[in-house]
Design a protein around this ligand. Sequence first.
Ligand code: FAD
Ligand code: PYC
Length: 416
Amino acid sequence: MTPFSALSLLRMGLRGQRGWQPQWRSPDPKSYYDAIIVGGGGHGLGTAYYLAREHGITNVAVLEKSWIGGGNTGRNTTIIRSNYLFAESAALYDHALKLWEGLSQALNYNLMFSQRGVLMLAHTVHDMQVSQRHVHANRAAGVDNEWLSPAEAHAFCPPLKIDDIRYPVLGAALQRRGGTARHDAVAWGYARGADALGVDIIENCEVTGIRLGPSGAVEGVDTTRGPIRTQRLGVVAAGHSSVILRMAGVRLPLESYPLQALVSEPVKPVFPCVVMSNTIHAYISQSDKGELVIGAGTDAYTSYTQRGALHIPSHALEAICELFPMFRRLRMLRNWGGIVDVSPDRSPIIGRTPVPGLYVNCGWGTGGFKATPGSAHLFAWTMAHDEPHPINAPFTLERFRDGTLIDEAAAAAVAH
Ligand code: FAD
Ligand code: PYC
């Protein structure tokens, strides 16, 4: 990034921002690319960046139907952690967490990555048993996680009320390396990095069809900006993945649901960490702007509307006010929804499809933001080599046929 002094920034602001350069180009689509990525969220932009940076494949386009980062990447509550149960998942999510730890430097872009700790509360004996199983499994896999008593949880997060509430806190699992990052910056940082390596980022370009050749392999896509040829097509479209794969005759085992979040008016720093509770369907952190960022469970019905039922965030707020009575007088500023792609075992699908040249990265459901750099890194590897990287090899589409599921429903930590 060009270094600006505070004074020069102020001068440019007063003059209507003259002198500021766009961070990426806005090219027209070419007729052919060596690889096309459908979906300009963090995962798609990151995939294009790693294809160019690590595999030398630079004639790449990212096609985004609206604006980059306008999907779930810009709608999530930014919680990052890697405390999943199974060894396959721990390897996947910790690969991502390790990349997060150096990503601002790698992209030369301030992602506001903050390892402030993620506290996951237990309110019942069942919760305690499940959480402690996660703690042991994570430690055995070399992933940090520790069990706190109610008093220790309160000391780590002073606004948390631990007794005399409807949901007494019986303990909590703490991943200290977990935290948050600025979601828009992740999309922008990868976009700028990919563009600098020659990738074309094409916004307002919806993919409306997939062209297959006589052998059944990918030959290109139809878009609202015309047809584009390619032999290598990666679909990273979150809640719309099934819609796009159906264009090539591939059926995905996904259900798409709205997931909602909301933010409060900004207040001074009062909340030092991230707190999540699956049992009461709520999670909370405080942004650097001062807003409390609060999330809820998924809607009960499938939908593509990007908005959900009002009783869902109302329930989350009731629970937050029980756990943190000091927030009862805060006003909420705004509320929104995103469409999450939930797989039967709550684990992602990253790999090849039955159609040669067609790759898919989806099924991240309510929890893919944390995985963004790892997912993008592994998907680029998979597309470049036409075979999965060892870390994403277990996350195939075929596992739903073979029964080799990776059941992470308990670690997903969001009710669905
Ligand atoms: P997206 O950012 O959704 O990108 C996909 C893109 O594909 C979109 O921009 C869309 O416009 C585009 N697209 C779709 N169809 C087409 C088409 N036909 N042609 C061209 N482009 C198309 N995860 C966490 O880890 N932690 C959290 O705290 C967390 N909180 C969440 C809270 C909410 C309210 C929501 C909705 C999600 C949350 N998630 C969280 C999940 C997380 O946001 C997603 O898993 C992740 O951001 C998915 O990223 P992506 O790049 O795959 O998808
Ligand atoms: O996966 O950690 C998570 C998460 C938190 C909120 C939504 N998803």
